[in-house]
Design a protein. Structure first.
Length: 401
RNA sequence: GGGUCGGUGGUCGAGUGGUUAAUGGCACCGGACUGUAAAUUCGGCUCGCGAAAGCGAUACGCAGGUUCAAAUCCUGCCCGGCCCA
């Protein structure tokens, strides 16, 4: 079952957890591997948004490492826990998702996870399968195993309690529900982002109580969003989606702060650690150009999701359009459709939310037609044939008659 | 259940009857500079109509009320923090 049977269990454990944030514990993982049977490994994802992003990819990639090592890997879709809402890292009550939203989000998850994971070797499960069957009696027995003090130990709860931000009782149920997932599936290993450490660790006493071996908890670093400050999250708008088109992926990567280059090289472009270290050295002593390195990282990570050709094309697009200010060869088209006001066309193209906003953009000098700035807010479309409407440096549309 | 304080634009937070579509910070969008980085700097940041000056609509938890005039006062309701039980 192992790709490299010569290695000791300890070496395999170290290989599997290389680059991880926290392992509870490496010794236990080695012992569990020593038993010689494939481990039951799982990652839980709550379908809270329709799209996965590079932050999810970090932990999905770790999951794939376990697939490659021959283990029984489960991708758990938290269709039930999404209804409760994960309080992790929150400083406010999370609004409840409707069943419709959850259902819609779930549809895209498995397909998008497939961009990183070999889904043919992964078991897909849903936690409503067991959580929705629990009775009130079952639930209060589970709840009685954890104290309020333990819950309040958590940083996010502690901060919210001290700052007077509401904490609803059901939020305490979330970690317990996630712990019960581990019991229901009797798993050996659970993965998660580093913000999930508490949720993972709390599973262990529950499993022991149920007569199972406690799971080994492994967390991966959280990838920062392109703003370089907060963790990547769609709701913060600082994410790079796994399904983003190549040009968007490339362009967004070019916008990350320089300080994030090694992080993105390691966690987003998956460079091996010796290359990341070389990059860090180069940046420190000035022998590496941050912009060139950023392009290499961007190209490598685009290649992971769209292939090498698309990545090279994205780089070429960036260098021409953004760096040299050329008008791109290909762009969406929009028919005039009887519209004559420039502002109307900008709205129709989706480059502004309202006509007033479009008029402002024109006044700001952000709008060009065939490369020439048009600053008259009342400008009308006069071009005879097709012409290129550009807003800002990266929004283009070809207007046809 | 009682007491008390509070609910303002994406967010934080001023504003306590009248040039108030509402100071300011952050976020965001654009311009200049640049490497779509950082730093700096300038402008913008509710919607509709109009070539323009402008006009109109909507907005400070919800619903009413007082007033020439309310985010600001009154009543009721909803939601939250803290204290007491």
């Amino acid at each position: 079952m192992t790709a490299t049977p010569a290695r000791s269990a300890r070496e395999r454990a170290e290989f599997l957890t290389d680059g991880c944030d926290h392992v509870e514990s490496l010794r236990e993982l080695a012992e569990r591997l020593e038993r010689g049977r494939p481990l039951r490994v799982y990652l839980g994802l709550d379908p809270t948004s329709p799209d996965l992003h590079l932050g999810h990819a970090v932990v999905l990639r770790l999951l794939q490492r376990f697939v490659d090592d021959g283990h029984n890997v489960i991708l758990l879709i938290g269709d039930f826990t999404a209804r409760i809402g994960d309080p992790s890292g929150r400083n406010a009550l999370r609004p409840a998702l409707s069943d419709e939203q959850i259902g819609a989000n779930m549809k895209t998850y498995a397909a998008q996870a497939g961009k990183v994971l070999d889904m043919s070797r992964v078991t897909l499960r849903y936690n409503s399968e067991w959580l929705s069957k629990l009775t009130f009696t079952d639930i209060y027995k589970l709840l009685s195993q954890t104290t309020v003090a333990q819950m309040l130990e958590r940083n996010d709860f502690k901060q919210r309690y001290e700052s007077g931000t509401p904490i609803a009782l059901h939020e305490f149920v979330y970690p317990v529900a996630v712990a019960y997932d581990s019991v229901a599936m009797n798993v050996d290993v659970e993965l998660g982002g580093s913000d999930q450490l508490f949720n993972l660790l709390i599973s262990r006493p529950y499993q022991i109580h149920a007569g199972q071996d406690p799971e080994i908890c492994i967390t991966v670093p959280l990838l920062e969003g392109i703003d370089g400050e907060k963790k990547m999250s769609k709701s913060l708008g600082n994410h790079i989606g796994l399904t983003d088109p190549p040009n968007d992926m490339f362009g967004k990567t070019m916008r990350i702060p320089d300080a994030l280059l090694p992080r993105y090289a390691r966690l987003a472009a998956w460079w091996p650690s010796d290359q990341v270290q070389a990059l860090e050295r180069g940046l420190r002593d000035g022998s590496a150009s941050p912009m060139d390195e950023k392009k290499r990282i961007a190209e490598d990570l685009v290649a992971l999701y769209h292939g090498g050709d698309a990545a090279r094309a994205a780089r070429d697009f960036f260098e021409r359009t953004i760096q040299r200010g050329e008008i791109p060869a290909e762009m969406p088209e929009l028919s005039l459709d009887g519209r004559t006001k420039l502002a109307d066309l900008i709205v129709a193209a989706g480059f502004a939310e309202s006509k007033r906003a479009a008029t402002r953009l024109i006044g700001e000098g952000a709008v060009r037609v065939d490369g020439t700035v048009v600053s008259d807010p009342n400008a009308r479309w006069t071009a005879e044939g097709p012409a290129v409407l550009q807003v800002g440096s990266r929004k283009f549309v070809r207007i046809t008659q």
